[in-house]
Design a binder for this molecule. Sequence first.
Ligand code: PLP
Length: 360
Amino acid sequence: MDRQNAFNFAAGPSTMPQSVLEKAAAELLNYNGSGMSVMEMSHRSAAFQEIFDKAKGTFRDLLHIPASHEILLLQGGATLQFAAIAMNLLAGGEADYAVTGRFSGRAAEEAKKYGTVHLACDTSSTGHDRIPPQEELKLTDGAKYFYYCANNTIYGTEWQYVPETACPLVCDMSSDILTRPVDFSKYALVYAGAQKNMAPAGLTVVVVRKELAGHELPFTPEMMSYDAMIRTDSMLNTPPCWCIYMFSLVLDWVRETGGVEVMRERAEKRSALLYDVLDESRLFIPHAQRDSRSLMNVTFSTGKKELDALFVAGAAARGLLGVKGHKSTGGMRASLYNAMPLEGAAKLAEYMREFEAEHV
Ligand SMILES: *Cc1c(COP(=O)(O)O)cnc(C)c1O
């Protein structure tokens, strides 16, 4: 399979902008006349420090992150943050968790080890096919934070509103960060594994309100202490240097393409191509309820396992790769992150129509 003929709809790690990969390839052996690859560079060198500072600065600019919040570039994946958030910010207190999918469910389970968790909602009874409206959220007086996952990567649902709560918000934005503007003043913490929309796997970006750090449980590992990471500017130990370099290239690409507002418009156009097919279809069944649909992960099935498998194989034969659904939901999932060209979504929509014509 040639790269030019392929579109990668995998949920993460996922497709990267072509121009970013070309730039990385051109600089792979000798970065900016340094005589070495970024991979070979000391994380304490001036050249790497420049890459690091630029990545943080561009991320802050693109998302208008206020000075009250620190940007941390960490390892351990989004999953390590399930515990880190609870150790640092819950620390024996109470918090509300909205469970709208697999990852928020696991975050709530993990947090129970370090404090009292109240479920603000739990959509598991209908297969996590929706995001509850504000009126449905059960809020606890005195909660330290309200936790939710903005985009449910597995189920293809996405919060269409920012919850209104008395306490600050904590949000897992692993699969929709950099796809729309965010008002960080409402958030105690936002975090994201980089491998969906920002960089190769191995980097986790955490944006934390500085004044909330420094109150972690005494047994919190140093590597999970936001306070320690703020004090060392994420360099308590060797950071994921190569991923941070790739992150900086992706951020440049987002900026050159027009920023997060343009990313949002592109996401709306791409996903509409597929949802239009689903809305007219007599074959495909969308998983997410209409008012909860994700712009990032479009989930659907035919309701028949063999037919789903046929669809996935036929897609791959055309270079439409990675459309198999998550093992827990089955069916199909087309992930349409920032780097997916509109043409990819158009090709998949066309294939869906042809497949339907053959199989209804
Ligand atoms: C992928 C994903 C995770 C898990 O990320 P890891 O980096 O593999 O730990 C958590 N939350 C969401 C929303 C995700 O999409």
